[in-house]
Write a protein that binds this ligand. Structure first.
Ligand code: FES
Length: 319
């Protein structure tokens, strides 16, 4: 969660598609919004102190507004519902400065794939790549035309000839991702964002088709549902404090720390944002997040207490 909140005003709010609302956030009191790069997101503070992350979807650079697109998730934890039901035009809200965990890297050609509301960071990427004169193509998958946000903007974009809308194409099991993924080339990269099922399917197909792991880039909006199966209790030792905190099966490490009076920064609470990342001095974590790379997980020198556990009876952590 951000320590340095920025107060902005909801300058415009409009319906972008079925269940998708767009917010345009403007600075107040002559402030200047920090610049950002494609793939960045901000934390948005919602009524009740709930904080959620939303990608910035406008053209990157030094903007006078931040544009967000938010899908109503009726089965979600309530963040998108609060955006849809409690935020109004003219209202002041607090956001963090942009952070980018999904930045574009140099490539000879980039394939952008978006599923549903996953279009938000992908749209900013298309804007940035177009501005840089880079080679790219964008594929946007939606269940129905009514659910396709930003189509007007895409139609008017300077990259109008480089994107394709795929309406109603079933994802797994009948969707054939191969023509969209093409034949992997050493200089190509794939960036994908969307629902977990869509991303897992496409990434599996990409790997099977020969795409190298370091050429695949993805960002998830929600972690796969956690499985508590096989969860065991473990201990957290706080290095230098002589304090040992027991973590029960079915209790998160973050919750156990909070129960012991130790609060750590939290935001997504599902292993996506990295806000709670904590240094591990000894012991082996049982990583369950979608934030750390496989390489970072293998190093076992940090973990995300909001969702990850321990593979050893005790973890020694630094706070
Ligand atoms: Fe987001 Fe832990 S709070 S990864």
């Amino acid at each position: 969660m951000s320590d340095d909140w920025i107060t902005v005003r909801i300058a415009a709010r409009r319906r972008l598609a079925e269940d998708v609302v767009g917010l345009s956030l403007a600075p107040v009191d002559g402030a200047v919004l920090p610049p950002f790069t494609a793939g960045a997101h901000v934390d948005l503070e919602l009524p009740g102190g709930v904080v959620r992350q939303y990608s910035l979807c406008n053209a990157p650079g030094a903007p006078d507004r931040y544009e967000l697109g938010v899908l109503l998730d009726r089965q979600g934890r309530g963040g998108s519902r609060a955006v849809h039901e409690a935020l109004a035009e003219g209202q002041a809200v607090r956001i963090s400065a942009p952070r980018n965990l999904f930045a574009l890297q140099q490539a000879e050609h980039i394939v952008l794939m978006a599923g549903g509301i996953g279009i938000t960071p992908i749209l900013a990427m298309a804007e940035q790549l177009s501005c840089e004169g880079a080679s790219f193509e964008l594929h946007y998958f939606v269940r129905s035309a009514e659910r396709a946000a930003f189509v007007d903007r895409l139609g008017e974009a300077r990259f109008a000839g480089r994107w394709q809308l795929h309406v109603g194409e079933r994802i797994p099991p009948s969707f054939d991702a191969a023509p969209t993924l093409g034949t992997p080339q050493p200089g190509h990269r794939l960036y994908i964002c969307g629902p977990n099922g869509f991303m897992d399917f496409v990434l599996d197909r990409a790997r099977a088709g020969g795409w190298a792991e370091d050429r695949l880039h993805s960002e998830r909006f929600a972690a796969p549902p956690p499985s508590a199966e096989g969860d065991r209790p473990f201990e957290l030792e706080i290095e230098g404090r002589g304090l040992i905190v027991p973590v029960a099966a079915g209790q998160s490490a973050a919750a156990a720390l909070a129960a012991a009076g130790i609060s750590i920064p939290l935001s997504c609470e599902q292993g996506i944002c990295g806000t709670c990342l904590t240094t591990v001095a000894a012991g082996i974590p049982d990583h369950r997040d979608a934030y750390l790379s496989d390489q970072e997980k293998a190093a076992n020198d940090c973990f995300t207490p909001c969702c990850s556990r321990a593979a050893t009876p005790r973890l020694v952590i630094q706070l």
